[in-house]
Design a protein around this ligand. Structure first.
Ligand SMILES: [Cu+2]
Length: 364
C-alpha cells in the first residue's frame, strides 16, 4: 500500500483543509439525515444556496493507532441485530435542477449510523453520505467549478470518489479521519450521469454498506424537456433473519446479495410507482452502484428511443431493448410510452430481479 497516503501526509492535508473551510460561506442544501430516522428522503442536493449547516470543521482527533480508514467493517460490534426496523420513506427519484451559478458548493457528510429499512421485515445498519442510502442526488452543469466539502461524522475513515471528476486520487480521494473535514475543487468537464462513492479500503464494504450516489452533469445546451428520474441500482448483503441486520461479509465477497434494489429499498416503486403521461418523453438517469453485479436495465413493454452509454452524451444509440450497466457505471435512457398502462423496470438478470429490483412506471 505504498501509494496510500501516510498519516503524516494526511494530517498535513487535513490541516490545510481546516484553514480553507473558513471560506466556505454558503453550502449546498444537502440535508444531513440524523441517525435513527428513516432512510430515504432525498437529501436534495441541488447546489442551492440555502441551508448552510456544515461549515464548521471539527478538530482532528488525537492520532491513535494506525489508519482508521483501513479498519475492517464493524460488522461484529455496535447496534444489535434483530432490533425493530425504522419506517421507510420512499426515496424521491426526481432529480433537483442545477442552479445558474458557475461555482457549485457540495457538502457531504459521511456517517456510520444510518439505520434503514430494506423491505418491510429487514433493516440494515448502513453507512452513508448525508444519512440516506443512496446519498443525495447531486446536479451541476458542464464547466462548473464544484467546490466539495466532505465532513466525516463517522467512526472510521471515509473518502469520496466522483466518477464525474478528473482530479488526482492521490490528493483528493484520500482518507478523511473521523471528525475531520476536507475540501477540494474540481471542474465538471463532461456531461452525463455518474456514480460517486466512498473509496476507502476495503471499498467492497464501504459500497456494500451504502456509501454511494448519483451526480448528473448537465450539458451546456440543456437536453430536451423530459420527465426525469434517477435510479441507483445496488446490492445489500444483510445477514440472515429479520429486523435490523449487518453486513454479511462472506456473502458480499461471494457476490451473493439478499437484495438487489433501486434507490435503496426493495420494490419501492411498485407500491409508489414513478409516473408519466402517455407520449411524454421520459429520461432515466441510471447508476449501477454495485458493488459487484451488473445491471441489465430494461423497461417491460417499452423500447429505449435513446441510450447514452456510460452517461456520455456524445454517442447515443437508438431503439435498444436492454442495456448493460457495469458496476460503477451509469447510463441515460430516453423513452416515450405511447399508451397508458403500467410498465415495470427491472434488471433483466433474473436471478436478481426477484430480490427487489422491480419498479413500475405508471403512464396515464
Ligand atoms: Cu466509507
Amino acid at each position: 500500500m505504498n501509494a496510500m497516503m501516510t498519516r503524516r501526509r494526511f494530517l498535513s492535508i487535513a490541516g490545510l483543509t481546516s484553514l480553507s473551510l473558513g471560506s466556505v460561506a454558503t453550502l449546498a442544501a444537502c440535508k444531513d439525515q440524523q441517525p435513527g430516522t428513516a432512510s430515504a428522503t432525498q437529501a436534495a442536493a441541488s447546489p442551492a444556496p440555502a441551508g448552510a449547516t456544515h461549515a464548521a470543521a471539527s478538530p482532528a482527533p488525537a492520532a491513535t493507532g494506525s489508519m482508521p480508514g483501513m479498519a475492517m467493517a464493524s460488522a461484529t460490534s455496535g447496534p444489535q441485530e434483530g432490533a425493530p426496523i425504522p419506517a421507510h420513506q420512499v426515496y424521491d427519484a426526481r432529480p433537483p435542477q442545477a442552479g445558474p451559478e458557475t461555482t457549485k458548493k457540495l457538502v457531504l457528510t459521511t456517517r456510520n449510523d444510518t439505520a434503514i429499512a430494506i423491505d418491510k421485515e429487514v433493516g440494515y445498519y448502513g453507512w452513508s453520505f448525508n444519512g440516506t442510502i443512496p446519498g443525495p442526488i447531486l446536479r451541476v452543469r458542464q464547466g462548473d467549478t464544484v467546490e466539495t466539502t466532505i465532513t466525516n461524522k463517522g467512526t472510521m475513515g471515509h473518502s469520496i470518489d466522483f466518477h464525474a471528476a478528473q482530479t488526482p486520487w492521490s490528493k483528493n480521494y484520500q482518507i478523511i479521519l473521523p471528525g475531520d473535514s476536507f475540501s477540494f475543487s474540481w471542474t465538471a468537464n463532461h456531461a452525463g450521469v455518474f456514480m460517486y462513492h466512498c473509496g476507502t479500503p476495503p471499498v467492497l464494504e464501504h459500497i456494500a454498506n451504502g456509501m454511494y450516489g448519483a451526480i448528473i452533469v448537465d450539458p451546456p445546451q440543456p437536453m430536451r424537456p423530459a420527465r426525469e428520474y434517477v435510479i441507483v441500482q445496488s446490492e445489500f448483503y444483510p445477514t440472515a433473519g429479520t429486523g435490523m441486520r449487518k453486513l454479511d461479509l462472506a456473502a458480499a465477497n461471494a457476490g451473493n446479495p439478499r437484495y438487489v434494489v433501486f434507490n435503496g429499498y426493495a420494490n419501492q416503486y411498485q407500491e409508489t410507482p414513478l409516473t408519466a403521461k402517455a407520449g411524454e418523453l421520459i429520461r432515466l438517469y441510471v447508476v449501477n452502484a454495485g458493488p459487484t453485479l451488473w445491471s441489465a436495465f430494461h423497461v417491460i413493454g417499452a423500447l429505449f428511443e435513446s441510450v447514452y452509454p456510460s452517461g456520455s452524451l456524445d454517442s447515443p444509440l437508438h431503439w435498444l431493448q436492454t442495456w448493460s450497466i457495469a458496476p460503477g457505471d451509469g447510463a441515460i435512457f430516453e423513452l416515450t410510452i405511447p399508451d397508458p398502462g403500467t410498465y415495470p423496470f427491472v434488471t433483466h438478470s433474473f436471478a436478481y430481479t426477484g430480490r427487489g429490483a422491480i419498479g413500475l412506471i405508471k403512464v396515464e
